[in-house]
Design a protein around this ligand. Structure first.
Ligand SMILES: [Mg+2]
Length: 302
C-alpha cells in the first residue's frame, strides 16, 4: 500500500478538523464575513483555542489508531476504554450521543451495550449523528484488503456510541471508500455501496448513489446528521482537484465544519497523499508526528 496515501488519510482528517474548529456552527456567510475564504489555521473562534487545535474527531481517531497499534488487532472493549479515558480528560468538544454512551460505559456498561441503550432512548432526529463516522478512518488502513472484516470492525466501532444503522453502515461505506482509494480503485464509492448492498439504509443509499454515479447533487447540507455530513464530505473529498481544495471547500460551507472537514480530509488525503497537504497546516498541528507514526504502524496490524 502507498504510504503517502495512508498517512494522507489520517493527516487529512486532522487538517479538516483543525481548519474547521474555529468556525464550527457558523454559517457560510459568517465565515466569509470574518475570514474571506478560510484557508489558514486560525486561532480563537469557536471553542477559543490556538490555531491548529484538533477536536473530538481527531482525538477519537487517535484512540482507535493507538488501540489498533498497541493491541495489534481490533479490540472494541479497549477502544471503548480509551474513549472513556479521553472523556475523563474533560474535552471541550463532545457530541451528545457520545457523551451519554461514554458516561454509561464509565459506569459499567459493556462496549456493545451503552451505544445501543442510548440509541433506543433517542428519538428520530437526534439518534443518527456524525460522531462515529468522523473518527473511523484509521480502521481502513489495516483492513484495506479484507472488506468483510473492514465492514465488520467499522460497524462495531460505531456501535460503541452510535448504534443507528445509518451510523454503523455509514462507517462501513466511508471506510470501504477510503480503502478503495488507498488501493487506487477507479470507482471507490460505487464499489463501497455495491459491497454493503441491501444492508445499507435507504436514506444513506439515496444520498450517496448520485455521488457514486458522478451526478451533481442538489443542495449539500452541513448538519450533524450522519447522512448529510457523509454526503457533503464525500462529495468534496471525491470531486475536488486537490486535497487542499477539498478541505477548504468543506469547511467554508459552514455548519458542522470540523467534522465535515475531517471526513472530506480523510477521503481527499487518501486520494492525493500526505505530500499534497499544505506544510503550513501540518506544522500547526501538534499531533502531526504521532499521526504519521501511527499511519506507518497501522499498515502492519492486520
Ligand atoms: Mg469536533
Amino acid at each position: 500500500m502507498d504510504s503517502d496515501r495512508t498517512r494522507g488519510s489520517l493527516l487529512g482528517l486532522a487538517c479538516g478538523d483543525a481548519l474547521g474548529r474555529p468556525v464550527e456552527f457558523n454559517s457560510a456567510s459568517e465565515i466569509s464575513a470574518e475570514h474571506g475564504r478560510l484557508d489558514e489555521m486560525a486561532g480563537h473562534g469557536t471553542w477559543n483555542q490556538p490555531a491548529g487545535t484538533i477536536t473530538d474527531d481527531t482525538e477519537q481517531a487517535l484512540c482507535i489508531a493507538r488501540s489498533l497499534v498497541e493491541q495489534q488487532d481490533f479490540d472494541p472493549a479497549d477502544i471503548a476504554d480509551r474513549f472513556v479515558a479521553w472523556y475523563d480528560s474533560g474535552p471541550f468538544d463532545i457530541g451528545r450521543m457520545t457523551m451519554r454512551s461514554l458516561s454509561r460505559l464509565k459506569h459499567g456498561d459493556a462496549w456493545d451495550e451503552a451505544g445501543q441503550y442510548v440509541w433506543e432512548q433517542s428519538r428520530e432526529g437526534q439518534n443518527a449523528g456524525n460522531g462515529s463516522v468522523m473518527r473511523c478512518p484509521p480502521l481502513a488502513i489495516p483492513y484495506a484488503s479484507g472488506w468483510d472484516r473492514l465492514a465488520e470492525v467499522s460497524r462495531q466501532a460505531s456501535q460503541i456510541t452510535h448504534a443507528d444503522p445509518r451510523c454503523t453502515e455509514g462507517c462501513a461505506v466511508l471506510n470501504l471508500t477510503v480503502a478503495g482509494l488507498l488501493e487506487d480503485v477507479d470507482t471507490p464509492l460505487q464499489d463501497a455501496l455495491d459491497y454493503v448492498g441491501a444492508d445499507a439504509p435507504d436514506e444513506l443509499v439515496t444520498a450517496l448513489e448520485p455521488l457514486a454515479r458522478g451526478d451533481s447533487p442538489g443542495t449539500l447540507e452541513t448538519s450533524g446528521y450522519v447522512v448529510h455530513s457523509l454526503q457533503t464530505a464525500l462529495h468534496d473529498g471525491l470531486v475536488s482537484d486537490s486535497a487542499e481544495e477539498a478541505i477548504v471547500t468543506a469547511v467554508n460551507r459552514g455548519g458542522d465544519t470540523d467534522t465535515i472537514g475531517a471526513i472530506a480530509g480523510a477521503v481527499a488525503g487518501a486520494r492525493f497523499g500526505a505530500s499534497q497537504l499544505p506544510d503550513r497546516w501540518l506544522n500547526a498541528i501538534d499531533e502531526t508526528d504521532e499521526l504519521e507514526t501511527l499511519a506507518k504502524r497501522l499498515v502492519d496490524v492486520a
